[in-house]
Design a protein around this ligand. Structure first.
Ligand code: CA
Length: 470
């Protein structure tokens, strides 16, 4: 009797040690929890083979879509780097984070918020950030301004282009008026560019984790296809200029509200593009897309080689969309579908609907609750998204009614609500214009129906839905 008591007391003590010791909780108890590989591309619109692009060459991401789920209606909350990333990494809408520009660190508005990687770190995961996860540029000035978040990561690293990687044919497409508008078909290898180094180092991290068995949250922030449009020459060679097609304006002239497109120096410079310059812009962006695809492919291949795929969730996304000349715009920051929508591919080892796509509406703020649910962790604060984990088993479930995207235009804001059929947008609460598009008949959002009497009731419904956002 005594011996049995002693044994059970001993067992109890061992169990208690297992639960309380941070090393053990990381190594043993959590070893059942899946790892997370989060790959974020910068300014990547849905220009991937798996999303029906007729031009982009993206075999690796197409393969990921076949293994996991392709989200066809995934929307960012703010089509600019820092606000979008802050929103998705805190699980909060931009009106809550109060981050709507590229210069403000979210710790100034939310000093105590627990970020997505941070919740994993607090639960014994090794968290790593390579490249651009939280917003950060690549100039020396950007690097001096510490925009990253030490509380979120065990390890943060940035990478620089080598001198060879700066060489090669290229030019500024605006005679220098827009300093960012440069392309270069670079000499050297992938590793002469930051993204190639990021892939190499990410693979090193995976090799370490395969050895030490510590659960990991590895965040890989690839810088392309964001400007400057620099990628190794071989990716430019995939896209001969004569194989590319420029956007053609519809026959009916577009009557966009003035606020719908940002103006200023950008629009002036884009207006001066020759067709040759437009084609060069497009080729340089696509080179960045294929370069991104190749780096993501290397990392996912390493995951397979190290047999980590069976216990690792893979998420690939672009932080927001992009216009490639549509409506004369060559950038982001609009509330049109091209800028608000972005790629989202998710693979989870235990998902039932592998290789399927879902047309259900998802928002990037849904990522935080999803990853927390899939790993059995607990969200430390009230999140504003909804876990899409159930869609990974059944992509046809009845789902979200609406997805919201917003942007600031000078002194006022624009808000857009997307349902499965409609997009409705208000600028300055309607004072600077409003838009209604029917995606059933007008996927390019060319016909603004806002003033058509027969849609009055729809507009009222969507107005109400827009108000429900927060
Ligand atoms: Ca971006």
């Amino acid at each position: 009797m005594m011996a049995r008591k002693l044994i059970s007391a001993g067992l109890f003590l061992m169990l208690a040690l297992l639960i309380t010791s941070p090393n053990h909780s990381a190594g043993s108890l959590s070893s059942q929890r899946p790892n997370v590989l989060l790959i974020v591309a910068d300014d990547l619109r849905n220009e991937l083979g798996c999303y029906g692009s007729s031009v982009a060459k993206t075999p690796n991401l197409d393969r990921l879509a076949k293994r996991g789920m392709r989200f066809d209606a995934a929307y960012c909350q703010y089509p600019v780097c820092n606000p979008s990333r802050t929103s998705l990494l805190t699980g909060l809408r931009p009106d809550t984070t109060r981050i709507t520009d590229n210069n403000t660190n979210f710790r100034t508005t939310m000093p105590d918020v627990v970020t997505l990687p941070q919740v994993f770190r607090q639960n014994g995961y090794h968290t790593t950030s390579f490249g651009k996860i939280f917003h950060r540029g690549l100039t020396m000035e950007d690097l001096r301004t510490d925009m990253d978040d030490k509380a979120s990561w065990d390890e943060v690293r940035y990478f620089q282009t080598t001198p060879l990687g700066f060489k090669g044919e290229g030019r500024n497409l605006t005679d220098g008026k827009l300093a960012w508008c440069n392309w270069r078909a670079a000499e050297g290898a992938d590793e002469d560019q930051p993204d190639g180094q990021i892939a190499r180092e990410a693979i090193n991290v995976l090799e370490q984790r395969a050895k030490d068995k510590q659960p990991f949250f590895l965040a890989v922030g690839l810088h392309k296809p964001h400007d400057p449009f620099i990628a190794p020459k071989k990716y430019f060679d995939l896209y001969p200029l004569e194989s590319l097609k420029l956007w053609q304006a519809p026959k009916e002239p577009l009557a966009d509200p003035a606020a719908a497109l940002p103006g200023g120096a950008f629009r002036e410079a884009f207006g001066k593009f020759t067709d040759r310059e437009r084609l060069e812009f497009m080729r340089a962006y696509l080179a960045g897309v294929s370069f991104t695809d190749a780096q993501a492919g290397k990392i996912i291949d390493a995951l397979d080689r190290l047999k980590l795929t069976e216990n690792t969730i893979i998420v690939f996304l672009g932080d927001h969309g992009y216009h490639l000349g549509e409506r004369g715009w060559w950038n982001k920051s609009t509330l049109f579908e091209l800028s608000a929508r972005a790629p989202l591919l998710v693979y989870a080892p235990k998902m039932k609907a592998k290789g399927k796509a879902t047309a259900r509406l998802t928002e990037f703020i849904d990522l935080y609750p999803t990853l927390v649910e899939l790993t059995g962790l607990k969200a430390p604060h009230k999140l504003e998204g909804r876990s899409f984990a159930p869609l990974l088993d059944n992509p046809r479930l009845k789902w979200k009614e609406a997805a919201y995207t917003q942007v600031t235009r000078g002194r006022f804001a624009g808000y857009s609500v997307r349902t499965e059929r409609w997009r409705y947008t208000e600028w300055d609460e309607g004072r600077q214009g409003a838009e209604l598009y029917d995606h059933q008949t007008d996927p390019h959002e060319y016909r603004n129906l806002i003033n058509e009497p027969k849609h009055k009731a729809t507009v009222e419904q969507l107005k109400a839905l827009l108000k429900k956002k927060s």
